[in-house]
Structure formats: structure tokens, C-alpha cells
Ligand binder design. Structure first.
Ligand SMILES: Nc1nc2c(ncn2[C@@H]2O[C@H](COP(=O)(O)OP(=O)(O)O)[C@@H](O)[C@H]2O)c(=O)[nH]1
Ligand SMILES: [Mg+2]
Length: 292
């Protein structure tokens, strides 16, 4: 992999306007990259888990790209788990590419142009792409459309974690991961999650496995990796890929249109914002087209 070239392409895409994205868009790629989204509350252990998982899967002749959409992610530098996992180990791994992205300009916990950033990675023939997202707000819902496998990371600490999670967050995961298995309360969380998983996941017929892990001591990574392989096999057999492609396109269109409207509203004068609602709406709508 040519890291410098990938980094440059990602930066260009990250900063691209709607116009530039459209001008650069190609026909859908026929990529076989598996997209894995890792979500969960801050501190649950997403970054630590990714570090273990990436090292493990890179060992199986895979090339992995990691996008950490979390400004506080230690994946961008320094060390995770104190000094237990030196980030250098990952950074120096020839089969792993890591990039940390700001989430500043977005209101859903994802940054702009995520679908296009993933395209950049897919065209660089990674076998797997891992997205770490700040587990707040709408991020969980937004990544669902962009990844094949959603892994929700939870930790035992508070007994009421699951109850207090927004309805639907647990239900949309493909794999439920209980990290920090070394702490008290892991059994309880697992039992609760197993109950939820028995109702079925977001894809009909799929029952999310509940996996226990201790990223700190590098325990359970094999089970997590197996659960991922199991999910991949199941999806290859039963998932409606055309439906998935349409859902992704819909999300992509929606986010580009939202951005375009933002661009136009940013340019609007105070006068414009004092006109009637109907007139304002029509004016913005007719200005939406970009380019030639
Ligand atoms: N006890 C314990 N702590 C862990 C484990 N995994 C991660 N941590 C700690 O949990 C904190 C948050 O981890 P991090 O991976 O940054 O979580 P993120 O915010 O979800 O990405 C860090 O202080 C880690 O050292 C674990 O298996 N057991
Ligand atoms: Mg993190």
C-alpha cells in the first residue's frame, strides 16, 4: 500500500465540496471490502478493541484500513491502554492503515463525505475497513447504512447501561461485544444482551452473537474475529445486496443534499431570511444544482 497516496486522497475527499464530490464520482465500485463499524459509548473500549482486532486479522493475510471518526481517539497517536499496546505496533504493521478524522463539521457524529472516504479505501484494495465512531447521537443510525457489520461495544460498569441506552441502538447491532470482561458485572450485561439478541437483529433471520472480550489483556479477540467471519458468511448467503446498495445510495444522496442546502443557507443574506417561508424554500430549492 502507498500510504502517502492514500493519505492525500483521503484529505482531498475530506475537504471536498458537494460540487467536487459529484464531479469526482464514478460508477459504483465492485469492491469486496468488508466494512465494519464499531460504535458504543465513549470509554467502552472501541479503540482498544480495534487495536486488538486489527492486529489479529492482519495476521490472517488481510489488509485493513481504520478510520477513527473520533477527535479524542488515541488511534491518532500515543498509546492505548496505557503502555500495553503501543500504537507504533499498529502503525508500523505493513498491513494496517490508520487515519483519524475530525467529526467537527457534522451533526451526526460522522464527518462529511464518509461514503466517499470509504470509496477511496475500497479503491485501494483493502480487504477490511473498520470505522470507529463516537457513540453518541445519530452516529449509530448513520453508520448502519455505510457498513456491513455493526459491532456495539459495551462495558459492565453500570448495571443500568442497557436500559439507559436509546431504544434501537442495541437492536441495530450485528454483534454485541461486552468489553472489560475483567470487571464485575460482565455476566449481568451479557445475560441482558443475550435476551435482546434472541429477538433477532436488524436483518431478518440474524441473531447477533454476544461476545465477551477483555481488550486490556487481549482476551476474546479470537471469539470476536470468529463472530465477524460468521456474520460475513451469513450475509453472503442471506443478505439482499441490492437493497443494501439502494440504502447506501439513499444515505449518500441525503447527506450530499443536506450539505448543499447548508452551503446555500450559509450564503443567504439577512434580507433573504426575512422573506416568506414559501418563497425562501422555493429559492433555496431552485439553487440546489451545482456545477455546469
Ligand atoms: N479494565 C479494562 N479496561 C479497559 C479494557 N479495554 C479498554 N480499557 C480502558 O478503557 C478506557 C477507554 O478505552 P478506549 O479504547 O479509549 O475506549 P473508546 O472511547 O470506546 O475508544 C481506557 O482507559 C482503556 O485503557 C478492558 O478490557 N478492561
Ligand atoms: Mg476511541
Amino acid at each position: 500500500m502507498n500510504r502517502r497516496q492514500i493519505a492525500r486522497a483521503l484529505t482531498k475527499t475530506l475537504n471536498a465540496s458537494v460540487d467536487e464530490i459529484l464531479a469526482a464520482s464514478n460508477e459504483p465500485l465492485t469492491s469486496s471490502a468488508v466494512r465494519i463499524g464499531i460504535t458504543g459509548a465513549p470509554g467502552a473500549g472501541k479503540s482498544s478493541t480495534i487495536a486488538r482486532l486489527a492486529a489479529y486479522r492482519a495476521n490472517q493475510a488481510k489488509q485493513l484500513a481504520i478510520l477513527a471518526i473520533d477527535p479524542s481517539s488515541p488511534l491518532s497517536g500515543g498509546s492505548i491502554l496505557g503502555d500495553r499496546i503501543r500504537m507504533d505496533e499498529l502503525v508500523e504493521n505493513p498491513d494496517i492503515y490508520i487515519r483519524s478524522l475530525p467529526s467537527r463539521s457534522s451533526n451526526n457524529g460522522l464527518c462529511n463525505n464518509i461514503p466517499e472516504l470509504i470509496d477511496v479505501l475500497e479503491s485501494n484494495s483493502f480487504s477490511e475497513i473498520i470505522l470507529e465512531t463516537v457513540g453518541v447521537g445519530q452516529a449509530e443510525y448513520a453508520i448502519r447504512n455505510q457498513v456491513d457489520i455493526v459491532i456495539l461495544v459495551m462495558q459492565p460498569e453500570s448495571g443500568d447501561t442497557i436500559q439507559s441506552m436509546k431504544a434501537g441502538v442495541v437492536e441495530m447491532a450485528d454483534i454485541l461485544l461486552v468489553n472489560k470482561d475483567d470487571l464485575n458485572g460482565a455476566d449481568k450485561v451479557c445475560a441482558e444482551l443475550t435476551e435482546i439478541a434472541a429477538r433477532g437483529g436488524r436483518l431478518e433471520g440474524w441473531f447477533p452473537p454476544v461476545v465477551r472480550m477483555c481488550a486490556m489483556d487481549n482476551k476474546g479477540v479470537e471469539s470476536l474475529s470468529d463472530a465477524i467471519d460468521q456474520t460475513i458468511r451469513w450475509q453472503a448467503k442471506y443478505r439482499d445486496n441490492e437493497l443494501i446498495a439502494r440504502q447506501r445510495r439513499r444515505y449518500q444522496l441525503q447527506s450530499l443534499l443536506e450539505r448543499r442546502i447548508d452551503e446555500l443557507l450559509d450564503e443567504a443574506t439577512p434580507d433573504f431570511l426575512s422573506t416568506s417561508l414559501t418563497e425562501g424554500f422555493r429559492t433555496i430549492a431552485t439553487r440546489c444544482p451545482v456545477g455546469g
